[in-house]
Design a protein around this ligand. Structure first.
Ligand code: HEM
Length: 144
């Protein structure tokens, strides 16, 4: 399992490049605001799990996505930062539908900020990676 690739090296470069270009020029906060706006619309039950003031959470989301993408595509590089998020998620009844919503909102927010559609070459590896890493994050949270 140590040599498992979350996605190909070329895909990782493409995905990271797309994210970096999207947040360039101080667009990180716009992206995070749009992301949580859509998430709370699609899954209103999760609103109360988050703080009322989302400023800090917005910063954490952008920073963490950057760290995860930087550590792709090797499983053994990305798994540490992913497992470290377990304790913050373990206490909540987060299910597969929330990960679906998470990925949907991620793309929606990115497309809004970019003003362009995500291409399948980026969308598919991004989606597969997040669902796979999310599963590991929740497993790490439950282990504690
Ligand atoms: C791989 C996908 C995900 C990533 C990268 C991620 C990222 C983060 C980050 C960076 C934090 C802040 C941790 C800290 O305080 O240091 C956080 C907290 C949190 N996330 Fe996620 N998350 C993911 C999936 C989800 C999903 C699917 C849900 C369900 C709606 C969720 C709900 C929460 C909640 C409730 C908190 C804690 C808020 C608080 O206590 O202030 N996350 N997440």
């Amino acid at each position: 399992m140590n040599d498992f690739l979350v996605m190909s090296h070329a895909e990782a470069k493409l995905v990271k490049g797309t994210f970096d270009a999207m947040i360039r020029g101080g667009k990180g906060p716009d992206f995070a605001r749009a992301f949580y706006h859509h998430l709370f619309e699609i899954a209103p039950e999760v609103r109360d799990w988050f703080p009322k003031d989302m400023a800090e959470q917005n910063r954490k989301l952008v920073r963490t996505l950057g760290v995860l993408l930087k550590n792709l595509p090797e499983w053994h590089d990305v798994v540490g930062p992913v497992r470290a998020l377990g304790p913050q998620h373990g206490p909540f009844p987060i299910g597969p539908q929330h990960f679906e919503a998470f990925v949907t909102c991620l793309f929606k927010a990115m497309e809004e900020v970019m003003g362009a559609s995500m291409v399948p070459d980026v969308l598919i590896p991004f989606r597969m990676a997040f669902l796979r890493l999310g599963e590991e994050m929740m497993r790490a949270g439950r282990r504690r």
